[in-house]
Design a protein around this ligand. Sequence first.
Ligand SMILES: Nc1ncnc2c1ncn2[C@@H]1O[C@H](COP(=O)(O)OP(=O)(O)O)[C@@H](O)[C@H]1O
Ligand SMILES: Nc1ccn([C@H]2C[C@H](O)[C@@H](COP(=O)(O)OP(=O)(O)O)O2)c(=O)n1
Length: 226
Amino acid sequence: MSRSVTVPVLTIDGPSGSGKGTISRLVAEQLGWRLLDSGALYRAVGYAAGAAGLDLSDVEAVTRCAQSTRIRFQPSADGHDTRVLVNGHDATDELRTETAGAAASAIASIPSVRQALVDMQLGFRKAPGLVADGRDMGTVIFPDAAHKVFLTASAAERAKRRYKQLKEKGLSVTLSGLQREIEARDARDASRAVAPLKPAADAVLVDTTGMPIADVVAKVFAVVRP
Ligand SMILES: Nc1ncnc2c1ncn2[C@@H]1O[C@H](COP(=O)(O)OP(=O)(O)O)[C@@H](O)[C@H]1O
Ligand SMILES: Nc1ccn([C@H]2C[C@H](O)[C@@H](COP(=O)(O)OP(=O)(O)O)O2)c(=O)n1
């Protein structure tokens, strides 16, 4: 058995806007564990492919892009958030847009792109533990994780959360447009042949509709420290 397998992992999967990023960050802080934002990797590849002018359906070109894109997570100067550097460029703000989410979802349906990102994701598993946020953390990347959670919320609530979040960032979005985009992205993520969005058989399902963030954190924390 390799050493990394003994490092505990909490996987947090779920659809867009279910709270994965928020809850993962808070629970990782409480546990003192590392954090893997796997969605940022797919967003970074989608962004790099777009910046290089690639056709996102060109499987070979996008796969080469996934294999060669340098992605680095770095604490911001004030230490309050994490910046994502893509080939040396701070692309954090561009990566959070719904356009970047849609590009990520498109390239994430290519099996060889997913394969290209496996080792990088496994490399985050280091002591004292890892909280891994994504779509296939509990099913494909860390199937042996001791703790698995699948977060959900109604599509209407997830769209409202995303609307508020993007508005606060000064982006021009509409609630109805966002709900359509989120539902289209979830449908694509859930229906793809490889590593579709679905709960692991041994995941604890948490419906966060109407549930305050602190309550979700407490519920997820209790999965690891009952
Ligand atoms: N339980 C909750 N109640 C209200 N707002 C939430 C809740 N969980 C997350 N949010 C907010 O919703 C937005 C999207 O959450 P995020 O963690 O980015 O979701 P995901 O990573 O699943 O896409 C953020 O602005 C976050 O603060
Ligand atoms: N483990 C993962 C993480 C993300 N993806 C794909 C599918 C998602 O629609 C996009 C963006 O993921 P991300 O978690 O950043 O998106 P949300 O914050 O949930 O809206 O990437 C994936 O296929 N597998």
